[in-house]
Design a protein around this ligand. Structure first.
Ligand SMILES: [Zn+2]
Length: 249
């Protein structure tokens, strides 16, 4: 589903537009002209079907074989679980923060709180995190090129350790792709997991509030193509008042 000349939404489940498998996060395709890249991988495994993401890519007029890079915002199952299968299908290189890369390469289900998430009923009992090679080369301030688009890496822990966001410049709009940090209306996503931190969350939101961008492209729920910063500022106002913004769960 085309959002702008540079960005298509090619995956998303029941907390989104129901384009692909119900457990998928929003999966974005970035079109930099000569280069294409994906942001996040969806759930994959027994709970997902990455072929549906490829179907959406083709529907938007692209040859999936042109996708050279998959960038992961964080290691949660709905964002990273499909990485190994997409890598095999596309022959693309997978990138994450150093912690995300270590976790994916080791198939470390404890780090991503998969046992707890299964107990809570979010994933089927037989779901397995498939490991694959992943470059741990996304660190604060790095700038990556996807054709004529530039991606600046911003470390945004709080929802999960090792979470990164991307400020994308050089296209028709400026985009903030920020996984599960802030959702429509300034909603946050705090969970009762070992790596969730309210203080780190607030510091990450402060960093995002310093950025200039048009479009707010989160990992689930509503998308704003203009004036997207209002969602970040709404959360910041509550954190600044020593409160905790409205939570997703
Ligand atoms: Zn998450």
């Amino acid at each position: 589903m085309r959002l702008t000349p540079d960005v298509c939404l090619v995956g998303g489940g029941r907390f989104g537009f129901s384009l692909t498998s119900p457990g998928d996060c929003h999966v974005y395709l970035l079109d930099g002209g000569d280069d294409l890249a994906l942001i996040d991988a969806g759930i994959g495994g027994v709970a997902g079907d990455p072929e549906l993401i490829l179907r959406e890519i083709r529907r938007d007029g692209y040859d999936p074989a042109r996708i050279a890079h998959l960038f992961l915002t964080h290691y949660h199952t709905d964002h990273m679980g499909g990485a190994a299968q997409l890598r095999a299908l596309l022959g693309c290189e997978v990138h994450g923060s150093p912690l995300t890369a270590r976790t994916l390469q080791a198939g470390d289900e404890r780090q991503i709180s998969l046992p707890e998430a299964k107990r809570a009923g979010y994933f089927p009992e037989d779901y397995v995190l498939h490991s694959c090679p992943c470059a741990g080369d996304l660190t604060e301030g790095d700038t990556l090129a996807v054709g004529n688009l530039s991606l600046r890496v911003i470390e945004t822990p709080g929802h999960a350790a090792g979470h990164v966001s991307f400020l994308v410049e050089g296209g028709a709009k400026t985009y903030l792709l920020q996984g599960d940090v802030i959702f429509f209306g300034g909603t946050v996503f705090l969970q009762n997991t070992h790596d969730c931190s309210i203080q780190e969350y607030a510091q990450s939101v402060d960093k995002l509030a310093e950025l200039d961008f048009d479009a707010h492209l989160p990992g689930h729920l509503g998308i704003s193509l203009d004036d997207g910063k209002r969602h970040i500022m709404a959360a910041k106002a509550t954190f600044d008042a020593l409160g905790v913004p409205k939570n997703l769960v």
